[in-house]
Design a protein around this ligand. Structure first.
Ligand code: PLP
Length: 362
């Protein structure tokens, strides 16, 4: 077996222990004589799996009891529609902070349903920073304010102590690429949701924490499956859920707990990302693209500024077992996604490779 260090932005590397446990349980999950993939979602065994995943997510993220935890389908993008459908229900207004492609897509979707407005944006500098806002930037009667907490493509993040102050207006956050990586005070948000395929498990499933008072107010024309109340009333089992993905998420949650919880992840993520940023700040060849104060702990974009040399770097890195370092197609350059499951050794190997490449090519 030859595993690589996989720097993909998502789907991305999962902890090896989790994959091993899933492999061990593939043919016979805890004496049921079947795989989780083959199991009825109405069975006692699966009920145990989803309850465990839900409890673990609440525990790890310190989610208060007045929040519902839901397992939803359709990926994070489906929530771009579900959010306005469930929440644009008083004034029909919503304020978005546009910090990259994903926030932009979410805004465009909300504009189909009501008066969704970009109240701040970092598009003027190719999304290389997080615009600062104050309560006055948001409309008093907005039904919600929306942010993308970590911008996977551009490598910026809202820091836990710099979450926008929205007063009484519920704040909705896309946590897809930073969930479980750093401690956030969930009570500051109305809704946080995350696609699983970066820090939790296989693509398709979305895990959401939604304040209970924000459920049950969906617009009349909301499709049944997109109404959060449908899944809240059914314990996320209104229809057949992505059972296997939920099971893997549960195993990942156990792994996070064994490694010190989100607090433990945060400490190691800060160390891993700092090592890489320090190298970038001192390199003559490679440069980070984001302003230092808004740098992501999870996605680190960098450039050389010479397309041929960048292509050579990506190719040679791949041959050295450091894969998926090509930057997003809209940005170019390189991007190292260093989610929870990327071991420190992977980042060390990347830095050693960059040093060698710099020596050989300058
Ligand atoms: C921050 C963020 N939001 C949303 C998405 C879209 O997720 P999905 O493909 O699950 O719809 C992504 C995908 O990479 C993402 O990084």
């Amino acid at each position: 077996m030859n595993r690589v260090y996989n720097f993909s932005a998502g789907p991305s590397q999962l902890p090896e222990e989790v994959l091993q446990k899933a492999a061990d349980e593939m043919l016979d999950y805890e004496g049921t004589g079947m795989s989780v993939m083959e199991m009825s979602h109405r069975s006692k065994a699966f009920q145990g799996i989803i309850d465990h995943a839900s409890d673990m997510f609440r525990e790890l993220m310190h989610i208060p009891e007045n929040y519902e935890i839901l397992f939803l389908q359709g990926g994070a993008s489906q929530q771009f529609s579900a959010i306005p459908l469930n929440m644009m229900n008083k004034s029909g207004k919503a304020d978005y902070i546009v910090t990259g492609q994903w926030a932009k897509k979410a805004l465009a979707e909300a504009q189909r349903y009501g008066d969704a407005k970009a109240v701040a944006s970092s598009a003027d500098k190719t999304f290389t920073y997080i615009p600062k806002t104050t309560r006055e930037d948001f409309r008093d009667d907005a039904d919600y304010v929306y942010i993308c907490a970590n911008n996977t493509i551009y490598g910026t993040r809202f820091k836990p102590d710099e979450i926008p102050d929205t007063g009484d207006i519920p704040l909705v956050a896309d946590f897809s690429s930073l969930v479980l990586s750093e401690v956030f005070d969930i009570s500051k948000f109305g809704v946080v949701y995350a696609g699983a395929q970066k820090n939790m498990g296989p693509a398709g499933v979305v895990v959401a924490a939604i304040r209970k008072d924000l459920i049950g107010n969906a617009r009349e024309d909301t499709p049944t499956m997109l109404d959060w109340k449908t899944q809240a009333d059914a314990g996320s089992l209104y229809n057949t859920p992505p059972c296997y993905s939920i099971y893997i998420c549960g195993l990942v949650f156990d792994w996070v707990k064994e490694h010190g919880g989100v607090e433990g992840m945060e400490a190691i993520n800060k160390e891993k990302s700092q090592m890489l940023y320090d190298y970038l700040d001192n390199s003559k060849m490679f440069k980070g693209t984001v302003v230092p104060e808004d740098r992501s702990l999870m996605n680190v974009p960098f450039v050389i500024g010479d397309k041929d040399l960048e292509a050579k770097f990506v190719k040679e890195a791949e041959a050295a077992g450091l894969v998926n370092l090509k930057g997003h197609r809209t940005v170019g350059g390189m991007r190292a996604s260093i989610y929870n499951a990327m071991p420190k050794e992977g980042v060390e190997a990347l830095i050693a490779f960059m040093k060698k490449f710099e020596e050989e090519n300058s």
